[in-house]
Unconditional design. Structure first.
Length: 168
């Protein structure tokens, strides 16, 4: 099915299994960590986890069927293709890691703004910087209002959250 492969060559699906495997591992980890939590957290983990596990297992069943029928292999040598977008992929991975690392110090809103703006600059090639900054600002502001102010979720606090807290 990949456009870079000949019709006679089997499709390599090993790379497609990475995210479902990580999702399965994270779900099992999450369920294990809420065992001593209140019943509502356990129920949420069980419900969401069950759906995710079922979806992953269905994906694995389809993949296994393709391999057993000889339509695909578990190879992953085409994982990095197309090579022309590899720098953007690596940049996006760096932005994602940066988000996880810096959210503790910069807070949810500022880190979200920087991640969104950085992602748009990276993927858009920097052609419309004002549009990127405005869109990132709007998304971060909506996230702040919805998650932090309305739903009162406990995300890491930074300068924006402390300012909002001081003003209210």
């Amino acid at each position: 099915m990949a456009s870079t492969q000949d019709r006679d060559e089997k499709r390599q699906i090993g790379g497609e299994l990475i995210i479902p495997l990580l999702a399965l591992a994270f779900t099992l980890y999450y369920i294990a960590t809420v065992i001593d939590s209140p019943w509502s957290a356990q129920l949420n983990a069980f419900m969401v986890g069950t759906v995710l596990i079922l979806l992953v297992l269905m994906f694995f069943a389809v993949a296994a069927r393709e391999v057993l029928r000889g339509q695909a292999t578990l190879g992953a040598s085409n994982l990095l293709e197309p090579y022309r977008i590899l720098p953007k992929r690596l940049g996006f991975i760096a932005l994602s890691l940066g988000y996880v690392i810096f959210i503790q110090w910069l807070g949810f809103t500022l880190t979200t703004f920087l991640f969104m703006a950085g992602s748009m600059f990276l993927l858009g090639g920097g052609r419309r910087p004002l549009a990127y900054l405005l869109a990132a600002f709007v998304m971060a502001a909506v996230a702040l209002v919805v998650f932090v102010i309305l739903f009162q979720k406990r995300f890491p606090k930074g300068p924006v959250e402390y300012l909002v807290q001081a003003l209210s």
